[in-house]
Each structure stands twice: as C-alpha cells, then as structure tokens.
Design a binder for this molecule. Structure first.
Ligand SMILES: C[S@@+](CC[C@H](N)C(=O)[O-])C[C@H]1O[C@@H](n2cnc3c(N)ncnc32)[C@H](O)[C@@H]1O
Length: 191
C-alpha cells in the first residue's frame, strides 16, 4: 500500500470524521510534498476538526523524510478538541502534529514568522474571516511557499469572493488553480 493509502486507511479504520473527500485529501498530500523543500518546513493548518487533514499532511512530511511539525489551529467551535487529541493519538502521528487551541487569525498574527512553506485554510468560511486570513498570510509565506484552502464552491460564496478579490489585488502569487471539487491553491512567486 502506498503511504497516502495507508494514512487514509488509518483514518477510516479509526472512524476519524473527515470534512474533505478522498481526492481533496490526495491533493493536500501532493501539495504538502511539493512544499517540503527545506529540512524543517513550516506547515500550518487552520481548522483541524477531527484531525483527518492534519494526519494526511503529517504522512506527506514523513514520506519526504523531513523534520518539523504540522501546527494545526482550532478554536473548538465545531468539535470537542479532546476528541481531536484522541484521534491524533490513535493515528500514530501525534508527535508530528501540534494541536493549537486558539482563534486562527489571532494565532497567525502573534505567533507565526514570515517563513510559512504551506498554509491550509479550512476554518471559518465567511467572506470577512477568509479575507482577514488572506491579508495576514500574504506576507508570511516564503517565496515558493503555498497557500491552499477548502470550500471554494457555490455553497460557500464567501470563500469564493474572498479568494477571487485577494487574487485580483495580490500580484505576488501565481494564478490560483482549482482542483477537485472545492480545493484551491496558489504558489508565491520566487522571482
Ligand atoms: C471545516 S472544519 C475543518 C475540517 C478539517 N480540515 C478536515 O479536513 O477534516 C472547520 C474547523 O475550524 C474550526 N474553526 C472555526 N472557526 C475558527 C476560528 N476562527 N479559529 C480557529 N478554528 C476555527 C472549527 O472548530 C472546525 O473544527
């Protein structure tokens, strides 16, 4: 079994609820590998929920033989974070994932340096919130780093509007690509 299938099977076996489809998690897995250019990549997730997407990113980090951790931020508004912690333990990846119990934008502003290799945005899907997140992270991603997000689709018009307006304003990033059902990503220019 290849490493992605192994991690996905573990998620299912432990009954860990995922809010993303298998093909979206596969896209996230590939992007994480693409972002692992350095020995200790800085990888952030906004919106851990039950831990499925963190586990997939941690598997990619392991497969690239990189150090470092996934810093995954959740304020517990939609899930009991003790359940998330238990899921991460069961998955065998808890040593590679730091669950940060905090509001995402507050945490980004106060604790994250300007060297993000990959940030996966999947927390609060309102226009104002996603716009604020994108404003904060624009300068915090290193050249060649990646911003990705979930729920870019008609049922979340706030996400679509925030991403489109940001892309129009922000010339530092290559054109965003939509992959799978509702997964988007873009890479910061390095020239
Ligand atoms: C869509 S779920 C994340 C799904 C997860 N990435 C996955 O693929 O399984 C959104 C999560 O974001 C959290 N959340 C919502 N607003 C937040 C905020 N302002 N700061 C941090 N976490 C937030 C919720 O508690 C919820 O667990």
């Amino acid at each position: 079994m290849d490493p992605f299938d192994r991690a996905y099977a573990a998620i299912q076996e432990h009954g860990i609820c995922a809010r993303s489809s298998k093909s979206e998690l596969w896209s996230l897995y590939k992007l994480t590998k693409l972002a692992c250019k350095y020995e200790f990549p800085l990888i952030i997730e906004l919106g851990t929920f039950a831990g499925a997407s963190s586990i997939i990113m941690a598997q990619a980090l392991k497969h690239c033989n990189r150090g470092g951790k996934i810093l995954s931020v959740d304020n517990g508004s939609e899930i009991d974070l003790d359940v998330t912690k238990a899921n991460l333990e069961k998955s065998g990846f808890s040593s590679r994932i730091d669950l940060i119990e905090s509001g995402d934008n507050e945490y980004l502003i106060s604790c994250i340096p300007d060297t993000i290799d990959l940030i996966y945005i999947d927390s609060r899907h309102t226009y104002n919130h996603v716009s604020e997140t994108l404003e904060i992270v624009t300068q915090k991603v290193r050249a060649g780093g990646i911003i990705a997000g979930h729920d870019y689709c008609p049922v979340e018009p706030g996400v679509v509007r925030a991403v489109e307006e940001w892309k129009f304003r922000c010339k530092d990033y290559l054109v965003g690509w939509a992959l799978d059902e509702s997964f988007w990503w873009t890479m910061k220019r390095w020239w």
